[in-house]
Write a protein that binds this ligand. Structure first.
Ligand code: PFF
Length: 486
C-alpha cells in the first residue's frame, strides 16, 4: 500500500485536535498523580527531571504516534499496519497497535474508579459530607467511601455511561464539542484556585517547594517515576493520541501541535501544584502524603480556610472534568476499530465496548471492598491493571513504536508527515532511536528488579552507554537499513 490513506473524520475547528489531545493529556495524572509524586520525590528536583523527560522522551514519542495515526488514518491497529505495509513490512507489526488499544482499555477500567472517587467527593463537598478535624477523620471518610461496593460502583458506572455517551455521539459532535467548553472551564477553575491561594498563605512555600531545584534530592526512583509519568501524562502508548492523530488534517504541523499539547499539559500540572500545595503548607501538612493527598489532606486543609467549601466544590468539579476528557480518549481507539473493522455504528460500538469495560471496571472497583482479598502476588485486580499498563504495556508500546519509526520503517514517511528541517529531523531520529529506548529500557530493568539503578552515582556510565549505543547504531544502521528496507 503506497497511496496515502484518505481521512474519514477530521477535527473541524482550528483547535479541534489541540483541545481534544490536551483534554486527553490533562487528567488525573496532572491533578492527582503529579502533585503527590512531586511531594514524594522531593519537589523541585523531581519537577526538573520530569520536564527533561517530557522534552527528550515524551515529545518525540508523541510526534511519532501522531505521525503513525495521520499516515495510517485509522484505529491504532490499522494505522500501524498500514504504515508498516507502506514500508514493505508484514502485518505482524500491528501487534504494537493492538497493545496500545488494549492498554487504553485496561487503563480506563481502573481510571473510571478513581474518576468515580472524584464524583463521589464532589457530591460530598456539595452535601457537606467532608467534615472532620483530623487526617484520621478524613481517612475514615475515604475508607467508608470505598467500603460500599454499591455506591462506589454507582459512581464509576456513572463515569462509564457519560464517557460512552460522549464517544457515541462521534468525533466532532461528541468529543470536539464537549472539549470546547470543558477545557476552558477547567482552566478557569484552576486559575480561580491559584488566585485564591495567592492571597491566603502558603503560596510562597509552594512556589519554593515546586521550583527550587536541589540536585541532592534527585533520586533514581524519582527519575524512573518521572519517565513513566511522562508517558502516562501525555497519554502515550495507549492508543489515544494515535487515534486522535488519525483525524488530524494534513495541513496541520505535527511538531507545532505536539509542542502546544505538551506545554499545556505541563503548565496545567504545575498549576495544579500551585493550587494544591499552598493549602497543604498553610495548614502545616505533609506534602509527601502520597495518593491520599487530594482525597484526604486537601479536604482537611480546605476546611480550615475561609470559603473552603466553595473551593472544594470547584476543585472536585475540575478534577471530574479532567478525568472525563481523558476517559473519552482512552476508548476512542477501540470504538474506531469496532466501527472500521466490524462495521458497527459509533453508538453501538461505544455502548458495546462500554459493557465490557463496565465488567472489568467492576472487578477493579471491588478491589476496595469485597475483592480486597482477591490478590495475586500481593496485588489486587486494581493494582494489576495499573502495574501491567504503566510498567509494561505503555513502555513496551512506546519502545516498539520508537524503534519501528527509527530503524524499521521508511524514513520518507516520517519526513513527509513531520515536515521538520534537516537538523530537527536528525534530532528527532536521535531521540526515537536511542534516547527514548534507553530510558524505557531503564524502566524495564527497574520493574524486573534485576539490577539496582542508582542514577546519582552511575550517571556517567549511563551517558557512556548512550553515546556508545548511538555511535554503534549509527555506524551499523545504514547497512542494516539497506538490507532490511531494500
Ligand atoms: N493523560 C491522562 C492523565 O494524565 O490523567 C491519562 C491517560 C489518558 C493515559 C489517556 C492514557 C490515555 F490513553
Amino acid at each position: 500500500m503506497t497511496a496515502r490513506q484518505q481521512p474519514k473524520n477530521l477535527w473541524i475547528g482550528r483547535w479541534g485536535f489541540v483541545l481534544a489531545a490536551t483534554g486527553s493529556a490533562v487528567g488525573l495524572g496532572n491533578i492527582w498523580k503529579f502533585p503527590y509524586m512531586t511531594g514524594e520525590y522531593g519537589g523541585g528536583a523531581f519537577v526538573l527531571v520530569y520536564l527533561a523527560c517530557i522534552l527528550c522522551i515524551g515529545i518525540p514519542a508523541m510526534m511519532t504516534e501522531i505521525a503513525f495515526g495521520r499516515r495510517g488514518r485509522g484505529s491504532p491497529i490499522d494505522a500501524v499496519k498500514r504504515v508498516a505495509q507502506e514500508s514493505g513490512r508484514g502485518k505482524i507489526w500491528s501487534g504494537f497497535g493492538w497493545m496500545s488499544m488494549l492498554a487504553g482499555f485496561m487503563i480506563l477500567s481502573f481510571y473510571v474508579v478513581v474518576a468515580g472517587w472524584s464524583l463521589a467527593y464532589l457530591w460530598k463537598a456539595i452535601s457537606g459530607g467532608l467534615q472532620g478535624g483530623s487526617v484520621e477523620d478524613m481517612a475514615a471518610i475515604f475508607g467508608a467511601n470505598n467500603a460500599n461496593p454499591l455506591t462506589l460502583g454507582a459512581w464509576s458506572t456513572l463515569v462509564t455511561v457519560v464517557t460512552m455517551f460522549i464517544v457515541g455521539k462521534g468525533v466532532q459532535e461528541g468529543i470536539e464539542r464537549s472539549m470546547r467548553w470543558m477545557m476552558p472551564g477547567m482552566v478557569l477553575l484552576l486559575l480561580a484556585m491559584i488566585v485564591y491561594a495567592m492571597f491566603s498563605g502558603g503560596f510562597g512555600e509552594a512556589v519554593t517547594f515546586l521550583f527550587s531545584f536541589e540536585v541532592g534530592k534527585l533520586s533514581s526512583a524519582g527519575l524512573l517515576a518521572a519517565m513513566g509519568h511522562a508517558f502516562f501524562t501525555l497519554s502515550l502508548s495507549a492508543g489515544a493520541i494515535m487515534a486522535y492523530g488519525a483525524y488530524l488534517p494534513d495541513s496541520k504541523s505535527i511538531a507545532r501541535t505536539t509542542f502546544t499539547v505538551a506545554i499545556c499539559d505541563t503548565l496545567i500540572a504545575l498549576m495544579a501544584g500551585l493550587a494544591i500545595f499552598p493549602a497543604i503548607f498553610a495548614n502545616g501538612m505533609d506534602p509527601a502524603s502520597g495518593p491520599g493527598l487530594i482525597f484526604m489532606s486537601l479536604p482537611l486543609a480546605f476546611q480550615q480556610m475561609p470559603l473552603g467549601n466553595v473551593l472544594q466544590v470547584i476543585f472536585f468539579v475540575m478534577l471530574s472534568v479532567a478525568a472525563l476528557t481523558s476517559a473519552v480518549s482512552m476508548i476512542e481507539a477501540t470504538v474506531a476499530w469496532l466501527t472500521e473493522r466490524k462495521g458497527m455504528s459509533r453508538k453501538r460500538a461505544a455502548w458495546s465496548s462500554g459493557i465490557v469495560l463496565w465488567l472489568l471496571s467492576t472487578l477493579a472497583m471491588l478491589s476496595f471492598n469485597l475483592g480486597a482479598d482477591w490478590t495475586l502476588a500481593g496485588k489486587t485486580v486494581f493494582d494489576w491493571l495499573d502495574y501491567l499498563t504503566s510498567r509494561w504495556m505503555m513502555p513496551l508500546g512506546g519502545l516498539g513504536l520508537c524503534l519501528m519509526a527509527g530503524f524499521l520503517l521508511r524514513d520518507e514517511i516520517f519526513r513527509d508527515e513531520l515536515r521538520l528541517s534537516r537538523r530537527q529531523h536528525a534530532l528527532w531520529l536521535l531521540m526515537v532511536r536511542y534516547v527514548s529506548p534507553l530510558g524505557i529500557v531503564l524502566i524495564f530493568i527497574d520493574a524486573l528488579g534485576v539490577m539496582s539503578i542508582d542514577i546519582g552515582s552511575q550517571w556517567p556510565w549511563f551517558l557512556a552507554v548512550l553515546v556508545a549505543i548511538t555511535v554503534l547504531g549509527e555506524m551499523l544502521s545504514p547497512r542494516v537499513r539497506r538490507q532490511l528496507v531494500g
